[in-house]
Design a protein around this ligand. Structure first.
Ligand SMILES: Nc1ncnc2c1ncn2[C@@H]1O[C@H](COP(=O)(O)OP(=O)(O)OP(=O)(O)O)[C@@H](O)[C@H]1O
Length: 328
């Protein structure tokens, strides 16, 4: 029997505090070569902090981080195996795309003889050849995000960390960024993508980890998480006219629903095993005077996995993890 290969990334029992204030606690995470992990969690859950830890920019207060077997905080070789794509655009706006990449290649320690090839590979992978000579500051936000990604690839990292890579871009630019990530994946690069976008996570990820208040509350294969939540299908989802009050919430709970405040409306997912069909539900809600916008039957997706994981976490007595509802 052969033993499975060691994961490219292993985080074990990691904790982190900023000036005494705890941000990460007991974080365990592993990622294999070529895998894509979506990291989800409410604002302030600690996603960026975890990625900074993995990138070796911070050292854990407890536990360990290993990339390709080494500590990225102490070992330059481990840091070179990691590409870091920050949430903000971190480029030189007056320099052209190619000049930016050349500077980042130099910063990544690429010898000058090999820089042109590294730049050309980055331009090709990120489909930037046509804008190679344009100043970055004159490009659209979508292009700038792709240059941001290309800049992280100069040392051919085996693991790329992306912090909300499609934040604030339009659908076309989002698809172009997803195509870049698809090419990286095909080339065997492991990706860790922090995102608030469930559709993006479902599209890109093999694995999903949900972080709440500095703890991993769910970690699994996307297909397993979806299969588990769909095991009790079909599900009815009742969108209520906002704002729904406590009385509406009480009716929903009595009718076998788990109501979730999504901001402008209440969405309620039927709990497993409740026998009512959509017509029964509609009648019960109308009789109770609950304003209904529509009732849909649909397979629950990652958003439902996320909401239930946070609700369970909050129910564990660790206050405030659910209800932030920002990951949409
Ligand atoms: N340099 C810092 N010094 C002190 N506190 C910090 C620092 N950076 C982050 N924090 C705090 O640590 C917590 C986690 O922040 P972090 O940015 O890691 O969360 P996040 O999950 O990435 O959030 P978002 O989804 O909003 O990007 C927050 O409470 C934040 O205010």
């Amino acid at each position: 029997m052969t033993t499975p290969p060691a994961p490219l990334l292993r985080v074990a029992g990691a904790a982190l505090a900023y000036r005494g204030s705890r941000v990460l606690e007991g974080v365990d995470l592993a990622l294999g070569a070529g895998e894509t992990l979506a990291l989800l969690g409410p604002n302030g859950a600690g996603k960026t902090s975890l990625m900074r830890l993995i990138a070796g920019r911070l050292a854990p207060g407890a536990g360990s981080v290993r990339v390709a077997g080494d500590d990225p905080h102490r070992t330059p070789a481990a840091r070179r195996a990691i590409g870091w794509v920050p949430q903000e655009i971190a480029l030189y706006p007056r320099l052209s795309v190619a000049e930016n990449l050349s500077v980042f290649a130099q910063l990544a320690g690429i010898a000058w003889r090999e820089r042109a090839e590294a730049v050309a590979t980055g331009l090709a992978l990120c489909a930037l050849a046509e804008v190679a000579r344009r100043p970055v500051g004159l490009l659209s936000g979508g292009y700038q995000r792709r240059v941001n990604i290309a800049a992280s690839l100069m040392a051919r990292p085996r693991l790329v960390l992306l912090d909300e890579p499609t934040q604030g871009v339009d659908l076309h630019a989002r698809a172009a960024i997803h195509a870049v990530l698809g090419r990286l994946r095909e080339a065997g690069t492991a990706l860790l993508v922090a995102t608030h976008d469930f559709a993006e996570a479902e599209r890109l990820a093999d694995r999903v980890a949900i972080l709440a208040r500095g703890r991993i509350v769910t970690d699994g294969r996307l297909s397993d998480l979806l299969a588990r939540i769909r095991a009790d299908a079909p599900e009815h989802e009742a969108a209520l006219v906002a704002p729904a009050d406590a009385a509406a919430e009480a009716v929903l709970r009595r009718t076998g629903f788990l109501p979730v405040d999504t901001g402008s409306t209440w969405r309620a997912r039927r709990l497993a095993g409740t026998p009512r069909d959509g017509a029964d539900l509609l009648a019960a809600l109308r009789n109770a005077g609950v304003p209904i916008a529509e009732i849909r039957i649909r397979a629950p997706g990652l958003e439902a996995v996320y909401r239930e994981a946070l609700a369970e976490f909050a129910g564990d007595g660790r206050d405030g993890a659910a209800g932030t509802g920002t990951a949409a």
